[in-house]
Design a protein around this ligand. Structure first.
Ligand SMILES: CC(C)(COP(=O)(O)OP(=O)(O)OC[C@H]1O[C@@H](n2cnc3c(N)ncnc32)[C@H](O)[C@@H]1OP(=O)(O)O)[C@@H](O)C(=O)NCCC(=O)NCCS
Length: 206
């Protein structure tokens, strides 16, 4: 098993893993163009953001992305793609005008008020997914490796190397990732809005 920094050459595979494992996420619902023309190119270029992949026998089994400054990254997603956004939105809506709903959901998600204790925490773990065959009970029985744990710890180490002490993660309230983050020692933000579809967790780099 190798954990390494991902590059533009890995982007297509990362998007396939993202779409397979997070089909309900607003990013995926918007359409693949957003991921391939805006989201991942920006993440892979940004100096304060990292994308780690876990390679198992030459295949990318999963990945995790994180940033030292989520606010700066959000601004970059908008400002460094000003000319690409209209084309991407046009392409997505021309295929399916109902997708306008997903743009609105994404905007709501982006501007959702942060619980008080997370306001000043800009380091954040972003997209995270392990392909199902590499997180099955059968895989664990055979190899005794929990890829999700290994890559999560590698991401926390990466944040620590950037001088980060506290970081956050946002996940859908119904996602099994809630259990995973709690298992990893992250704490749910006390001021989480119970009506929100999302849950915010805060972790320490130790
Ligand atoms: C989130 C993710 C990386 C965690 O990796 P993982 O290998 O599944 O982690 P774990 O096996 O430790 O699972 C965490 C918990 O969920 C449970 N779980 C895992 N798969 C499950 C399933 N299909 N149904 C019910 N429970 C499940 C596990 O039993 C474990 O609970 P436990 O500690 O009480 O035993 C992985 O599930 C994944 O890639 N999911 C899809 C993408 C995603 O949701 N990403 C997170 C975005 S914020």
């Amino acid at each position: 098993m190798t954990i390494r920094n991902l590059t533009r050459q890995d982007q297509a595979e990362v998007i396939r893993i993202h779409c397979r494992n997070l089909p309900e996420s607003p990013f995926v619902q918007m359409g693949e163009e957003f991921l391939s023309e805006i989201y991942y190119p920006t993440l892979l270029k940004d100096k304060n953001t990292f994308c780690l992949g876990c390679e198992w026998e030459g295949k990318i089994a999963g990945f995790i992305c994180g940033t030292v400054n989520a606010l700066a990254l959000s601004r970059k997603l908008v400002t460094s793609n000003l000319f690409i956004w209209p084309t991407v939105i046009g392409k997505i809506l021309s295929r399916d005008p109902r997708r306008i709903g997903f743009f609105l959901k994404l905007i709501r998600f982006a501007f959702e008020k942060s619980p008080a204790e997370a306001k000043n925490i800009q380091p954040q773990l972003l997209s995270f997914a392990i392909d199902e065959e590499f997180r099955s009970a059968e895989f664990f029985r055979k190899h005794s490796v929990k890829i999700a744990n290994e890559i999560f710890h590698a991401a926390v180490t990466e944040l620590k190397q950037h001088g980060v002490t506290k970081f956050k993660v946002i996940t859908d309230r119904k996602n099994i990732a809630n259990i995973f983050y709690r298992n990893m020692g992250m704490k749910m933000a006390a001021a989480n809005d119970p009506k929100s579809e999302y849950c915010l967790y805060i972790g320490d780099t130790g």
